[in-house]
Design a protein around this ligand. Structure first.
Ligand code: ADP
Ligand code: ZN
Length: 213
């Protein structure tokens, strides 16, 4: 199954994508994580992406489409995948169609902007493997340490309040039009993000036809 998870920054997309990936044993493909990795490694892509990301804007379609194309060509994506953070613009959605990638379902996690602004302040990400946590909603077992790899969990630069405001604006202007694109194809399903991660997980898994164990 080829899935897309849509949602504003801080809506909990990454967390839900992890849950779906686990339930359906398909890889979670996060363009945000891949770009942060490129920034960390100082690759050519990374150098171009860094400033844009820190300002809350979008990395150019060319770069992101290139990264995504290479990633879904890998073996582990043959039996399906969940895209987390891609597409983020209508041209990116069109690029998937042009690549001949068949999308089965698009799940939107809806959370109001005001809720997002308060939530993002508690978000932490692992420097080592990119796993995401939240001090209140999804704490790591040991504070500041990643459960998965033992790396340090930190506040992302783009999670500063002013940057969050520009990221929300970017989302509404550039990403939301994608909803209509997929709605017309009858593929869009909206899940209302709940306060409890587990509750949202139940709704999200149901939307993709997977059961919680
Ligand atoms: P969030 O969903 O919380 O905004 P992500 O980790 O998905 O965070 O993305 C972080 C940043 O990486 C974005 O703000 C953007 O600058 C860049 N980015 C990620 N995916 C894309 C994409 N598909 N197109 C353009 N930029 C992207
Ligand atoms: Zn980690």
């Amino acid at each position: 199954m080829n899935l897309i998870l849509l949602g504003a920054p801080g809506a909990g997309k990454g967390t839900q994508a992890e849950a779906i990936a686990e339930a359906l044993t398909i890889p979670q493909i996060s363009t945000g994580n891949m770009l942060r990795e490129a920034v960390k490694n100082g690759t050519e892509y990374g150098l171009k992406a860094k400033a844009v990301m820190e300002a809350g804007g979008l990395v150019s379609d060319d770069i992101v489409i290139g990264i995504l194309k290479d990633r879904i060509a890998q073996d582990d994506a043959k039996n399906g995948f969940i895209l987390d953070g891609f597409p983020r613009t209508v041209p990116q959605a069109e690029a998937l169609d042009k690549m001949g990638v068949q999308i089965d379902k698009v799940v939107e996690i809806f959370v109001p902007d005001e809720t997002i602004k308060t939530r993002v302040s508690g978000r932490r990400v692992c420097e080592g493997c990119g796993a995401s946590y939240h001090v209140q909603y999804k704490p790591s077992k040991v504070e500041g340490i990643c459960d998965k790899c033992g790396g340090k969990t930190v506040v992302r630069k783009d999670d500063q309040p002013e940057t969050v405001i520009s990221r929300l604006k970017t989302y509404h202007e550039q990403t939301e039009p994608i909803k209509e694109y997929y709605q017309k194809q009858g593929k869009l399903e909206t899940v209302i993000g709940q306060e409890e991660v587990e509750e949202t997980k139940k709704l999200t898994l149901k939307a993709v036809g997977a059961e919680m164990e």
